[in-house]
Design a protein around this ligand. Structure first.
Ligand code: C2E
Ligand code: CA
Ligand code: CA
Ligand code: CA
Length: 279
C-alpha cells in the first residue's frame, strides 16, 4: 500500500511540477513581455447580417513569445487572472486598440467600433472608468468607438457592483456587450434592468449540432426578447453557411466567426478596412 501511495504522488508531483514550471516561466516573462511589446492585438471582423457589411471588430490578444512562438490566450489569460497581471495587460490592449482607431480615423477609414475584453478583475478596479476615459481622450476618440465585452459570469458574481460600474461606463458613452450570453444559469432573470446594449451569444448555441431544433427555438426566443429590450444581438463562432442561414432566418443582427475570418494581425485588418471603406 505504501508503494502505491508513493507512486500516486510521484505521478501527481510530475504533473504539478511541470504545471508550476510553466506558470513560473509565464510569470517571469510577463513584465518584460509588456515592456518589449510582445503582446499583440489581433482583430476579428464582425459583419452586419442583413447586407454583409463590415460592422466592427473584436480585439483579441496574442503573445509573441521569444522562445515559444505565438501563444493563444488560453495559455496565459487564466494565469494573469489569478495573479492580477490581467489588469495591466488589458489596459495595454485597450491603449493599442485606441491607437489603431486613431490611425484609421486619420487615414479616413470607415469609423467602425472595436470591442475589447474587460476581465472581471478590471471591474473591481475603482479606477476603471478613469483609465478608459483617459485612453479615449488621449487618442481623441468618442467613447462609443470602444465596445466593452464583459462576460456573463461576471454579472452573476457581484450584480450590485457590476450594475453600478457598468451604468457609469454607459453614461460616459461606452457601449456595453454582454459576452458569452446563455452560458450561465440565471441569464434571463438577470437581463432585467441590466445596463447593457448588446448581447453576444455564447458560441455553444451556434455550434450545437446535437439539439438543433431546440437550440433554434431558444435562439429565436432570445432574439425576440432582445428586440423587445432594444438590445442588438451578435453571434460568434459562426463557422458554416448553414449556421449563418439559421441566424439570418431568426433575425440576428451581427455575426463573427471563422466562416468569415479568423482573428488577424492589425496590418491585415487595416487592409480589410481599407477595402471596406467607401470613398
Ligand atoms: P472570447 O472573448 O469569448 O473570444 C472569442 C474566442 O472565440 C476567441 O478565441 C476567438 O478567436 C474564437 N473564435 C472566433 N470565431 C470562432 C469560430 O468561428 N470558431 C471557434 N471555434 N472559435 C472562434 P481566443 O482569441 O483564443 O480568445 C479566447 C478567450 O481569451 C476570449 O474568449 C477571452 O475570454 C480571452 N481573451 C482574449 N483576448 C483578451 C484580452 O485582451 N483581454 C482579456 N481579459 N481576455 C481576453
Ligand atoms: Ca469577447
Ligand atoms: Ca469568454
Ligand atoms: Ca465570447
Amino acid at each position: 500500500i505504501k508503494g502505491q501511495y508513493g507512486k500516486y504522488f510521484a505521478f501527481y508531483d510530475d504533473k504539478l511540477r511541470s504545471r508550476l514550471l510553466h506558470d513560473q516561466a509565464i510569470t517571469d516573462g510577463m513584465e518584460q513581455a509588456l515592456a518589449e511589446n510582445q503582446f499583440q492585438v489581433y482583430l476579428q471582423p464582425k459583419y452586419r447580417i442583413v447586407d454583409g457589411s463590415l460592422a466592427g471588430a473584436e480585439a483579441l490578444v496574442r503573445w509573441e513569445h521569444p522562445e515559444w512562438g505565438l501563444q493563444s490566450p488560453a495559455n496565459f489569460i487564466p494565469l494573469f487572472e489569478s495573479n492580477g497581471f490581467i489588469t495591466k495587460m488589458d489596459q495595454y490592449v485597450w491603449e493599442k486598440t485606441c491607437e489603431m482607431l486613431r490611425e484609421w480615423e486619420d487615414k479616413g477609414y470607415s469609423a467602425i467600433p472595436v470591442s475589447v475584453n474587460v476581465s472581471r478583475a478590471d471591474i473591481y478596479n475603482a479606477d476603471l472608468s478613469d483609465i478608459l476615459c483617459r485612453i479615449v481622450k488621449k487618442y481623441g476618440l468618442d467613447p462609443s468607438r470602444l465596445h466593452l465585452e464583459i462576460t456573463e459570469s461576471a454579472y452573476t458574481e457581484t450584480p450590485a457592483q457590476i450594475i453600478e460600474t457598468v451604468s457609469h461606463l454607459r453614461e460616459l458613452g461606452f457601449v456595453i456587450e454582454m459576452d458569452d450570453f446563455g452560458s450561465g444559469y440565471s441569464s434571463l432573470n438577470m437581463l432585467n434592468n441590466m445596463p447593457i446594449d448588446i448581447l453576444k451569444l455564447d458560441m455553444k448555441f451556434i455550434q450545437s449540432e446535437t439539439a438543433k431544433p431546440v437550440s433554434q427555438g431558444i435562439l429565436k426566443f432570445i432574439i425576440s426578447l432582445a428586440r423587445w429590450m432594444h438590445l442588438s444581438v451578435v453571434a460568434e463562432g459562426v463557422e458554416t453557411k448553414e449556421q449563418l442561414e439559421r441566424l439570418k432566418e431568426i433575425g440576428c443582427d451581427y455575426v463573427q466567426g471563422y466562416y468569415f475570418a479568423k482573428p488577424m494581425p492589425s496590418m491585415e485588418f487595416d487592409q480589410l478596412l481599407a477595402e471596406n471603406t467607401v470613398s
